[in-house]
Design a protein around this ligand. Structure first.
Ligand SMILES: [Mg+2]
Length: 264
């Protein structure tokens, strides 16, 4: 895209941000990399913090963890404006009272599940709940595959295969583990229930919580397949930054009035 094309697009997107009632922001690769908040994202959040909501497919950390990380950058975003696929997946499973759940996920997610009264089991599961499990093993894969083959419902927090890590490294995501699990199942196995983007569940939760219509929000993210497609399908305007898009987070930050005066 030519410079003037890019500058025009940045102007249009900044106008969309100015008029939106809510700014939904993706976390990994957009607000933070390796849970370190990016300076341009911090500037954007600081400018619009009363309208910001984090909408993330993260299934490793709790909303309170992300709130704490933002706080270290001086950003006071209430925990109830952070929606993650992992925590939502645990809540959905917890609502199925009495279900026996085989959970593959981080220790934090197991703790949340226990707090919400989920019956965590290793066998005879009604539900297999798959999240980003950094301690994924062959034995867990075998246990989960057999549970699903024996009739357990398969729920996955998200289907992303990777997310960007520090120094451009690939961080394997839940989708990579899900691909391994599905490879063990025959083609007649029911499709898993996926909680995160591009599905509508997280978008709906955020809009309902804020009492807004999808058309009143914008979704800022780096992943066309999840942030982009998911937002569009739900009627939210997507704004893609980094990665495949030539637009960067810094292009979305309004120049400060002092800076505009200086360059005028
Ligand atoms: Mg992302």
């Amino acid at each position: 895209m030519s410079f003037s094309g890019l500058a025009r697009r940045a102007l249009i997107e900044r106008e969309a941000i100015r008029t939106a009632k809510c700014l939904l922001l993706d976390w990994d690769g957009c607000v933070a990399i390796g849970n370190k908040v990016l300076p341009d994202a911090a500037a954007l959040i600081a400018r619009h913090i009363e309208r910001v909501v984090i909408l993330s497919n993260n299934s490793t950390d709790l909303p309170s963890d992300l709130a704490g990380i933002l706080q270290q950058s001086g950003l006071d975003l209430p925990e109830d404006r952070i929606f993650t696929a992992g925590a939502e997946a645990v809540r959905i499973v917890a609502a199925r009272r009495g279900a026996r759940v085989l959970l593959l996920g981080s220790p934090k997610m197991r703790r949340l599940a226990r707090e919400l009264g989920v019956d965590l089991v290793r066998q005879d599961a009604d539900v297999v709940l798959l999240m980003r499990d950094a301690r994924f093993t062959y034995a867990k894969l075998m246990r989960a595959a057999n549970a699903v083959r024996d009739g357990a419902e398969l729920i996955a927090s998200n289907d992303d295969r990777t997310h960007p890590g520090p120094e451009g490294r690939i961080v394997p995501e839940t989708g990579a583990l899900l691909a391994a699990l599905r490879a063990c199942l025959d083609d007649t196995a029911p499709a898993p229930l996926i909680i995160g983007k591009p599905g509508e569940l997280l978008f709906r939760r955020a809009c309902d919580h804020l009492g807004i219509q999808p058309s009143e929000a914008v979704m800022i993210g780096d992943n066309p397949a999840t942030d982009g497609e998911g937002a569009l399908n739900y009627g939210i305007r997507p704004i893609l930054v980094g990665g495949a898009s030539s637009l960067q987070m810094k292009d979305l930050v309004e120049p400060s009035p002092e800076k505009m005066l200086r360059t005028a």
